[in-house]
Ligand binder design. Structure first.
Ligand SMILES: [Zn+2]
Length: 248
């Protein structure tokens, strides 16, 4: 049994805010919780945040977590033309590679929006894992599957679920598949309840998420479940060529 914890590293609640409290306050707190629990995660980082907070991103990598790419700026790929999309993939990738001396191999597009025709851009830039899809959005893939050489890994539930009151969250855990893929953002660990953003974006931000995350890690570890990265998953997932989903 395995579980994946993934983190999209970006400015606070895009596109509503331009602040970076998540990078300054949320990320150090998250890294401390992960360290305390001995859990590894995959961080999808925008090129923009890597340029603004290079030491923070290096710290993620030094702590043993995987650093993947979340595009260059936090822009939806379904709103970008081919050249702009290519530019975002290449620029984000090169920024991370220059910073970490290692080319990222896992990608997640902002807002989990990556048009199928742009998968070629990822493949040509050296990516082997794409997690720009969600089990709760059409076409509702629930398990990882291959598109050509690319392992596609759906996020299981939306990040706001992790900010539910704990009794509700506990009920949700029981309904999840055997290899859940969670995602969250550093800004969700900062109390944004007073910000003028969508209700589902601000509810439960700050302490509640921090407490729920600790619970989540204990819950899965207590069941003998291992936390793995996207790269780990790629290495252990038998490749099924073609566009046939391995399970929906
Ligand atoms: Zn994002």
């Amino acid at each position: 049994m395995t579980v994946l914890l993934t983190v999209d590293v970006e400015q606070d609640c895009p596109p509503y805010l331009e602040t970076t409290r998540g990078m300054e306050e949320g990320l150090p707190l998250l890294l401390a919780i992960l360290k305390e629990k001995g859990v590894i995660a995959t961080f999808f980082v925008t090129g923009e945040m890597a340029r603004k907070f290079p030491e923070r991103i290096k710290e993620i990598s030094r702590s043993g977590h995987e650093v993947g790419c979340h595009g260059d700026l936090h822009q939806r790929f379904d709103k970008l033309g081919w050249d702009q999309a290519k530019d975002s993939v290449v620029r984000g990738t090169e920024t991370l590679e220059a910073l970490l001396n290692r080319r990222p191999t896992s990608f997640r597009a902002p807002n989990l929006q990556m048009p199928t025709e742009y998968m070629e851009l990822l493949e040509n830039t050296g990516y082997r894992v794409d997690s720009s899809i969600a089990a709760y959005k059409p076409p509702f893939h629930r398990r990882p599957f291959y598109t050509g050489p690319m392992l596609r890994v759906p996020a299981t539930i939306t990040s706001s679920v992790l900010r539910l009151p704990l009794p509700l969250l506990k009920s949700c855990f029981k309904l999840l598949p055997s290899q859940p893929v969670f995602f969250l953002h550093p800004w969700e660990l900062v109390d944004l309840s007073e910000e003028q953003i969508r209700l589902d974006c601000r509810l439960g931000t700050g302490d509640r998420l921090a407490e729920n995350l600790s619970y989540l890690m204990d819950y899965y570890k207590g069941r003998g479940t291992r936390f793995i990265t996207m790269q780990d998953l790629y290495e252990k997932q038998p490749q099924v060529r073609g566009d046939m989903p391995a399970g929906r």
